[in-house]
Design a protein around this ligand. Structure first.
Ligand code: BGC
Length: 753
């Protein structure tokens, strides 16, 4: 009887859900149809000048208010970037909505890369959390703050894969791995845009820079890129596809030339891949003047040709330069550009504005800005900063320090550098809202126990005059906390470095302090993975914190005094020195992979030699063949033990799925998070395959002595790759590892039939 009742109830619920689902699908469909017809109606009323206006975006910084108002009245620009503020934007939108002929609202864009006023760790730091949920929430908060100032379009997420830590913009991306970057790209897009695009806090995301910009030769920004099609498709494009699938409303074409064709005029990437293969229906904006930079590239003779190539390739809106405004009309008159190309671009732009509900409500509610820097936003910034720090060394459990410690010396140029800890790409965050490590540690210990002497005034400082004071502070303290790193200005756009060691005399000061024989903890706050081999040797514990944002100080204090264990893992391989670049964990094997036996260190080569080869393997005589720290690496205050790796089968069909289980034990006295990582290797392929590839990860929380079972699903589709001709899932043998980083783990194997 009960059973029958339950069945009936389930049936009713099922029918209800089906009706709900169908009606919500119908609703979305009808909204969509509605938008399409509104777009078409509006388009049919537009003059060519008005269309070209929609396709043009400028930073009106150099215009007076009157001039700006006039351009809006005339419909000269569809979008502005870098203006913000409730009053200003409401006034401009009022002109657009009431005084322009067609009453098309503006869309205001800005770079909100890792927070608007509440600043989160740089994206590379956020990637070190391996925690898409908290990253999504961080981006949601950024959108809530930014939209309260009228910004409804952000040029984020930046999802350029890079293998080069010299490149300053490594700070802005998610590191080297396509799987991790794809998971984060999805989280970022979802966070930025929110659940309802018409909500006033929804901001359009912009997946950038499409594509290959992170492969700038020599790590010099804006440089040429040569990327083979397999690397392009198997690595570089992956996060962009994830962003597209997550619904990213816009894409940005890039600065770089790719295999000889600038990416802002590249029909292969913008039209064939993005539109024809991926069926992307969003809008494409150029990067800042990247259309006219095609002249410097030597790809276009003049502005007119640049406009022609950009529109032909599929750039809908031109940022900053004015080649569309100056030349599209004559290109149409001359028959070189078909009006349908223009119409497609304008439709993409109008669709975006309709989707965001800007026609219905272009104005900003003045009340919304009250949320800026809300305590829960700052709290979340602290959580993200805490999870982004990676413990790279912890000799004899130097960390955590007891909060009963009698005194600590706080030294180093980043200990009290409120602007630097915010990192690059911060236009709106303010140093006065940062809490520095010095302030936070004083809060924990009380002023009397803190002996502060920076020793250097900024990271590049070459003067040693502060050394004596720093050494004196260290001498009277029980432990030394050295906050090392880079100023924010040393990473970011145009800020590439040739050598990636700690700048200035930081290493010398650390060496002097190490001589004192006291526990020496180094915290590195930087915009890139630095070559810190010497510092690792000199210190007893090393915490890599990237630039951690507004709440970096309290987050670091939480970790240093053991309120929580560090749990971040490296999103990028750490090299021993610039000469090892590029070094990424998913390299191919070569015909002569190195091993410990084959490596001859440079100092062990005898002085007198006959013609010989030292090992005949792939390594550097000086660096060897391993990095400083591998991808995925990061320690904890506890230890984790992995056991019982079980696969649901040792065989999988090419459309099948494997279920993989493993047990993880927290074998220590404190509760902590671990990031469990799944890697595979396709042993033989129709093209050579990487030695390892990340195919799954999970951040789990384990109480002390607790064992947790972790399950992964590995669909065969994850093993697909582009082999130079087509996407394939090839039969054969695979290795599989589950472990704490890309270098360690339990091993198993399976095959695809
Ligand atoms: C950068 C973009 C940015 C744009 C607008 C360019 O220089 O490459 O990432 O979105 O400026 O500020």
């Amino acid at each position: 009887m009960y059973c029958q009742f339950a069945k009936r109830t389930l049936f009713v619920i099922f029918i209800f859900l089906v009706v709900l689902f169908t009606s919500s699908c119908k609703q979305t469909e009808s909204n969509q149809n509605d938008i399409e017809s509104r777009v078409n109606n509006l388009l049919s009323e537009m003059t060519l000048e008005e269309k070209i206006g929609q396709m043009s975006q400028i930073d009106p910084g150099y215009l007076s208010d009157d001039q700006m108002n006039q351009t809006v009245r005339e419909g000269k620009y569809g979008s502005f970037l870098n203006i913000f503020g409730v009053e200003k934007i409401n006034a401009l939108q009022k002109i657009a909505m009431e005084e322009s002929r067609l009453k098309i609202p503006l869309i205001i864009g800005r770079d909100v890369i890792h927070g608007y006023r509440t600043i989160f760790p740089i994206p590379l730091g956020m990637a070190a959390t391996w925690n898409p949920q908290i990253v999504k929430k961080a981006f949601r908060i950024s959108s809530v703050e930014a939209s309260s100032q009228g910004i409804r379009w952000t040029f984020a997420p930046m999802i350029d894969i890079t293998w080069d830590p010299r490149w300053g913009r490594i700070a802005e991306g998610c590191g080297e791995d396509p799987y991790l970057a794809s998971a984060l790209a999805k989280a970022m897009v979802e966070g930025i845009q929110g659940d309802d695009l018409t909500d006033p806090t929804a901001v359009a995301a912009c997946a950038k820079h499409f594509v290959g910009y992170g492969f700038a030769e020599g790590g010099r920004d804006y440089n040429t890129t040569y990327i083979s099609e397999p690397v392009l498709r198997n690595v570089v494009l992956k996060p962009f596809k994830a962003a597209k699938d997550a619904g990213a409303l816009t894409f940005m074409s890039a600065f770089n030339d790719l295999n000889g064709v600038p990416t802002s005029g590249n029909e292969f990437t913008l039209r064939q891949i993005l539109r024809d293969e991926w069926h992307y229906e969003g809008m494409v904006v150029s990067d800042w003047a990247s259309v006219t930079e095609m002249i410097s590239h030597g790809y276009c003779a003049n502005e007119k040709e640049a406009a022609l190539k950009a529109i032909t390739a599929g750039v809908d809106m031109e940022m900053s330069s004015t080649s569309y405004m100056n030349h599209l009309k004559s290109l149409i008159d001359e028959g070189k550009v078909n009006l349908t190309l223009i119409d497609e671009a304008v439709k993409n732009i109008l669709r975006l504005k309709f989707k965001l509900g800007l026609f219905e409500n272009p104005y900003v509610n003045p009340e919304a800005e009250k949320q800026i820097l809300a305590p829960e936003f700052l709290d979340h910034a602290r959580t993200v900063a805490r999870q982004s720090a990676v413990l790279l060394k912890n000799e004899l459990n130097t960390l955590p320090l007891s909060s009963d410690i009698s005194s600590v010396a706080i030294i180093g140029p980043l200990a009290d550098a409120p602007r630097d800890q915010l990192g690059t790409w911060v236009f709106d965050g303010k140093a006065e809202n940062s809490v520095t490590p010095l302030t936070a540690i004083k809060e924990v210990l009380g002023n009397a126990k803190v002996n502060y002497a920076a020793g250097m005034t900024y990271s590049r400082d070459k003067s040693k005059t502060g050394f004596a004071g720093a050494i004196a502070a260290a001498k009277k303290s029980q432990a030394i906390l050295f906050f090392a790193g880079e100023e924010w200005i040393l990473s970011g756009e145009g800020q590439s470095r040739g050598e990636i060691n700690l700048p200035g005399v930081q290493e010398e000061l650390i060496e002097e302090l190490a001589k004192l024989g006291k526990p020496l903890v180094v915290v590195v706050m930087a915009g890139r993975p630095l070559a810190i081999g010497n510092v690792v040797e000199q210190s007893n514990a090393l915490l890599y914190a990237f630039h951690g944002g507004s709440m970096a100080g309290p987050a670091l204090a939480d970790l240093i005094f053991g309120k929580e264990s560090p749990s971040g893992k490296l999103p990028v391989t750490f090299v021993k020195g610039s000469g090892q670049i590029p070094f990424y964990y998913y390299h191919n094997n070569t015909g002569r992979p190195a091993n410990t036996k084959s490596w001859t260190p440079i100092d062990s080569i005898p002085v007198i030699n006959s013609q010989a080869s030292l090992g005949y393997k792939s390594f550097h005589l000086d660096y060897g063949f391993t990095p400083l720290f591998p991808f995925g690496y990061g320690l904890s205050y506890t230890t984790f033990k992995y056991s019982n790796l079980i696969l649901s089968s040792t065989e999988m069909a090419s459309n099948g799925n494997l279920t993989i289980k493993v047990s993880v034990l927290n074998d220590g006295d404190i509760d902590a998070d671990e990031i469990v990582q799944l890697y595979i290797r396709d042993r033989v392929g129709s093209i050579t395959r990487p030695v390892k590839e990340l195919k799954g990860f999970k951040r789990i929380h384990l109480k002390s002595r607790e064992t947790v079972g972790v399950t992964f699903e590995l669909p065969a589709s994850e093993l697909e790759f582009f082999n130079g001709k087509e996407n394939v899932i090839e039969s054969g043998e695979f290795d599989l590892w589950i472990g704490p980083n890309s270098d360690e783990g339990l091993h198993s194997e399976f095959s695809i039939k």
